[in-house]
Design a protein around this ligand. Structure first.
Ligand code: IMP
Ligand code: MG
Length: 179
């Protein structure tokens, strides 16, 4: 594996694709066991989770499995409300559903905590949180992470869906910033 250059920064290899594949397969096995008999709705958070979602869902064998893609979008509200962030793309009724949120990376945990609060308003039966990567030393919000494929140190990484200013999402391996 070689270093890669994205915009002005160089990144070096950190975790090989096959190791990430194995960790995701293991997670899928656990989810298949835990959610047996449910009809889970996997809610993939775009853009970063597209590759994780594809890899995980190929290994989910629970009958009645569904997948949907959502995104947090910010827009300017009225002058009194300032900038508003809302969930877009949600076209399923979540009421009474077993929802599994799929996130690429939990860093401070703020984005996912915000997302969970929005999803909770839809009154699902349960919400499970599954993340491909997690930086435990960066977390600043109380969160229950039900499934995590790989824990990382507090460094900036790209690949496997994660980007640096739009670039790097397509790499199957994970790269760390070279400083
Ligand atoms: P949080 O709100 O701090 O948990 O941020 C989570 C989001 O920030 C993730 O969904 C990623 O999109 C992005 N992010 C956090 N750490 C990294 C990283 O190391 N590389 C690329 N994106 C990251
Ligand atoms: Mg993200």
């Amino acid at each position: 594996m070689n270093n890669i250059k994205l915009h002005d920064k160089e990144f070096k290899p950190l975790i090989k694709a096959d190791e990430i594949d194995k960790a995701i397969k293991k997670m899928a096995g656990q989810i298949n066991q835990d959610l047996e008999g449910e009809k889970p709705l996997f809610l993939s958070i775009l853009n970063g989770s597209f590759m994780f979602t594809s890899d995980l869902l190929k290994c989910i064998t629970i009958p009645g499995t569904e997948v949907s893609f959502v995104k947090l979008a910010s827009y300017e509200g009225t002058s009194s409300t300032g900038s508003i962030t809302e969930l877009i793309g949600l076209n399923q009724n979540l009421n009474g559903r077993t929802v599994v949120i799929l996130e690429d990376m939990i860093d401070s945990g703020k984005s996912i905590a915000y997302m969970i609060a929005l999803i909770q308003k839809e009154k699902p039966k349960t919400i499970k949180l599954a993340t491909m990567f997690y930086k435990p030393k960066a977390i600043s919000t109380p969160l229950t992470i039900d499934y995590c494929a790989i824990e990382l140190e507090n460094d900036f990484v790209v690949g496997r869906g994660l980007d640096y200013d739009g670039l790097g999402r397509n790499y199957p391996d994970l790269y760390i910033i070279n400083e």
